[in-house]
Ligand binder design. Structure first.
Ligand code: SF4
Length: 507
């Protein structure tokens, strides 16, 4: 029996879940239960994970695995513990570290769901439940230091009361590898801790300072690079320097996952096709080598997915090197892997607005070609069985009604291509706190048109995707049924929704 852990890392159920092995289902936790009972919704979005006798989950969020690895390498007794098993470590715990990518549902698309429905999204409800749980409260009473971080660390600045009420000692915002050991040392020595640490780009860790994870990440996610060179106005990733993980490191992490029983790999990057690229121009060699290695490691039956790719890189890679088809046909598609899922950002189809908010999104092509790049990339993906979940941003301060009207019109050009398109409303931070900001108060007829078109597009293709590609495994039958019930509900609603929304607008 081990002595116990002095540093425990944990989070709420919406994060500590493998979402049935289907990353995309995790998105359901960003909304309140719609059309199905809350329990069924939670079950679809965030089922419990397998744990060992100490409550260590078989797989855990990647970012938390990185912190755990850093602390283990520094010699601390640290472990990620499932939220249902925290009580087992109250005797030894001195620091509780918490990570999240959307603590309070202020990120997209949670904030949109929240402001459309007026109901708190499941992820927010679940995180509050976690912080109010007897184990976390007991830990605090015993003097355990609480440190919270992760990509949503900034959200605490909008929840000062909860920050104080729950006794969170330090919030750490940014890439933590270079600074976390010092902070932990201070906490263990009972030295005063800073309330908030912002880790700027100058403190971004080098490749050597980024450790290899020691235990599996959720659905086999591994990071292949950090940063993004495109500089979109609404995005913080872009401030960070671009770093490519060496193949050896990526391979090591894949092996950690496979040894831990995870059957696949999600290659994580803001733009997978820029791995080893020359600026924003994808290069065949690094990508072919990467995919060759990944395919060999996971074997015929292992899943492969990309986290994100940019539409310009998809077009450039295919037009210049037939690279997308090569990657798909030579390494990815087979009898077991029938499609590849990826997130992509359209954001707007208006050239005027694209030039203002994301001037380099189309690079190396000129921004004027953005709508054509989007369509060409969608066509390339459709022909190569890549299924994108694409985002659009509505309501940006720089937006004019004509930008939205153009986007609505252009969406027709994307209809033939298998994809999900999700509109996200730009919600001013903090406005949701008192639940006063409702999308319907800000909607213009052009927004309604875009929202209806994306909904109709996504429902149409979601049925096709479920019927042909997704959730085919027999053990996922209940999830499949749950989703079908949800889709049937959405379809009924869509029919009624357009006149309702138009009526709302006339009020
Ligand atoms: S392309 Fe994506 S990751 Fe890169 S700056 Fe733009 S929004 Fe951010």
């Amino acid at each position: 029996m081990m002595d116990g852990f002095e540093i425990v890392l944990s989070t709420d159920r919406t994060m500590m879940s493998n979402h049935h092995g289907k990353e995309f289902l995790g998105f359901m936790a960003t909304g309140p239960a719609i059309g199905v009972p809350e329990k069924l919704w939670e079950y679809i979005a965030a089922p419990k994970v397998k744990v060992d006798s100490l409550g260590r989950p078989r797989e855990a969020p990647y970012g938390m695995r990185k912190v755990e690895a850093k602390l283990l390498e520094a010699g601390y007794k640290a472990a990620i513990i499932d939220p249902d098993h925290l009580h087992k470590h109250l005797k030894t715990m001195k620091i509780l570290m918490i990570g999240h990518h959307d603590y309070f549902a202020y990120g997209p698309p949670s904030s949109e769901w929240w402001s459309i429905t007026g109901k708190e999204p499941i992820n927010r409800v679940s995180f509050k439940k976690f912080m109010n749980s007897p184990a976390v409260r007991k830990a605090k009473e015993k003097g355990v230091k609480i440190i919270a971080g992760g990509p949503a660390a900034w959200q605490w600045l909008w929840e000062l009361e909860l920050w104080q009420k729950w006794g969170v000692d330090t919030i750490i915002d940014g890439e933590v590898e270079r600074v976390i050991v010092d902070l932990v040392e201070k906490a263990l020595n009972d030295e005063p801790l800073p309330d908030y640490i912002y880790v700027g780009p100058q403190d971004s860790p080098s490749i050597e300072e980024i450790p290899v994870i020691k235990a599996p990440s959720v659905n086999g996610l591994v990071e292949i690079m950090r940063g993004c060179p495109r500089g979109c106005k609404f995005c913080s990733v872009t401030l960070r320097p671009l770093r490519f993980m060496p193949l050896e490191k990526i391979r090591e992490e894949i092996r950690v996952n496979l040894r831990g029983g995870i059957k696949g790999v999600i290659l994580h990057s803001e733009d997978v096709l820029l791995y080893g690229a020359d600026g924003v121009k994808p290069r065949p060699e690094p990508l072919l080598k990467l995919h060759d290695m990944v395919a060999k490691e996971v074997g015929e039956k292992g899943d492969i997915a990309w986290a994100h790719a940019s539409l310009a890189a998809i077009k450039y890679a295919e037009d210049n090197y037939k690279l997308v088809s090569r990657l798909m046909n030579e390494y990815i598609l087979n009898d077991h892997r029938k499609f590849l899922g990826v997130e992509v950002g359209i954001e707007t189809l208006s050239v005027r607005l694209a030039k203002i908010i994301m001037p380099a999104k189309a690079a190396p092509y000129p921004a004027e070609q953005w709508p054509d790049i989007v369509e060409d990339a969608f066509k390339i993906m459709h022909e190569n069985k890549i299924i994108p979940a694409a985002t659009l941003i509505l309501g940006l301060p720089e937006e004019k009604p004509e930008d939205v009207a153009i986007t609505a019109e252009m969406l027709d050009r994307l209809r033939p291509y298998r994809s999900l398109i999700v509109p996200m409303f730009f919600v001013p931070m903090g406005a949701l706190k008192k639940n006063k900001w409702f999308i319907r108060d800000k909607l213009t007829p052009e927004h309604v048109e875009v929202m209806m078109k994306t909904l109709e597009h996504s429902v149409y293709w979601a049925e096709d995707i479920i019927n042909k590609f997704y959730l085919k495994e027999p053990y996922l039958l209940p999830v499949r049924l749950g989703l079908k019930i949800f889709l049937a509900y959405v379809k009924r609603k869509v029919k009624k929704l357009r006149p309702q929304l138009e009526a709302l607008l006339r009020k």
